[in-house]
Design a binder for this molecule. Sequence first.
Ligand code: ADP
Ligand code: MG
Length: 483
Amino acid sequence: MNPAVLERYEPVIGLEVHAQLSTATKMFTAVPYRFGVEPNTLIDPVVLGLPGTLPVVNREAVAFAVKLALAVGGRIRNVSRFARKHYFYPDLPKGYQISQYDEPYCEGGVIEFELADGTRRSVELTRIHMEEDSGKNMHADDGANFSLVDFNRAGVPLVEIVSEPVMHSAAEAVGYLKALRQILRTLGICDGNLEEGSMRCDANVSIRPRGTQKLGTRTEMKNLNSFKAVSDAIEYEIERQAAVLDDGRGVMQATLLWDPARGQTKVLRTKEEAEDYRYFPEPDLPPLSIPAAWIESLRGQVPELPLALKDRLISQYQLTPYDAEIFMNNLEVAHYFERCVTIAAQPAVAKKIANWILTELLGTFRDTGKIPVQAGDLAALVLLVEGGELTGRNAKDVFSRLLAGEQDPRALAAKLGLLGSVAADGELEALCRRLIDDNPAQVEKYRKGKTNVLGFFVGEVMKATRGKADAAAVTDLLKTLLA
Ligand code: ADP
Ligand code: MG
């Protein structure tokens, strides 16, 4: 980003996010959806908009949408309305999309998030509404002079989350999107996969001279299927608009397509107004009524939100913000952590449990989606070390057995003869003296200044105690005895 541009202009960004709800069936008919399935196998007459079919609202989709509204603190309408949004496109079988227009089910709400430097922001939402997804045009890239249409995606339930134009940098936009995605995942209503299109973002960007309030003319960018694309496209567009204004021209309101390969936007269509869509209330569906009692019962199902979880992990277990954030972004691992701490029933070991998880288990979880050690076993292992019954070094050996599928750390440690640590005095001192007596040549070398001989003695002690001695204490003891 050219800093001179930002000195003169203030960017203004508002985001529209479409999230596919991971319901068992589609928005208005009982057909399932999965990504990447053979084209046109997840369809029925309703999906295809055949004459004589009627839509029926998916109760689960409404429940998911309401949970989102509750999570972001939006105002839920007890009676909202579906509307037809007309446009012609081959992937839209009915020639209109069932959406919500002037009476969306949710208005207001906020998304809170943190920037990389830890500062918190909150972005107000304009509205959230429910609608159905379109199909997908498939353009052959082998020079064929026709395109095909896959209707599998048509009719998949979507929520569209529209933010107010209150963000001012690409970093804020990405922070907002990541937080929103984590909320969707925490609620279990959308997998938030940008590459597969289950979460899609359109970025609206304008700029205005610094110090002024009136919003500039916006452009809307589509096809942003990664956080990097969102960031790159916004920065590109800020600079492009600045160049237009500097040139004494005006920005033209348009919908643009981001081309990640060329790092540029190109015009898809200029200015379209709501009236172009000829919205009217959907005559095939009654007004959508969401009873207050149902909303209250759904409120009980809204889990702790990501930022609240992060804050609690820090205050309750004294985790660092960095570690707490990793847990926040890997919910299953966070739940595993809290199960371990509960089983250990000693708040003081929470940080140690977190360290084991983050250094030894997180990688496997990321690769396989599974945590290979039972919570009870990790808790028991940490308690053995904490109680002085197992040295940190030997704990690693026991842990590798757990990783390999064995169980019960105490029994494993006993079987391997690792249980019980050798005290730094008494037994250990006798052992060191014996080793010194048995190895006069090494002692001679040490006294002549070859101090690395110390490593030999430490190694012998470890061998003799099967790693049960504390290496630092042994080193100190040997130094004293050899002096
Ligand atoms: P449309 O469907 O016509 O794009 P929406 O109301 O769905 O309209 O979305 C408009 C989006 O554009 C919102 O996210 C809003 O915050 C944003 N927006 C509106 N005006 C501006 C502007 N001048 N600069 C930047 N963003 C804007
Ligand atoms: Mg739009």
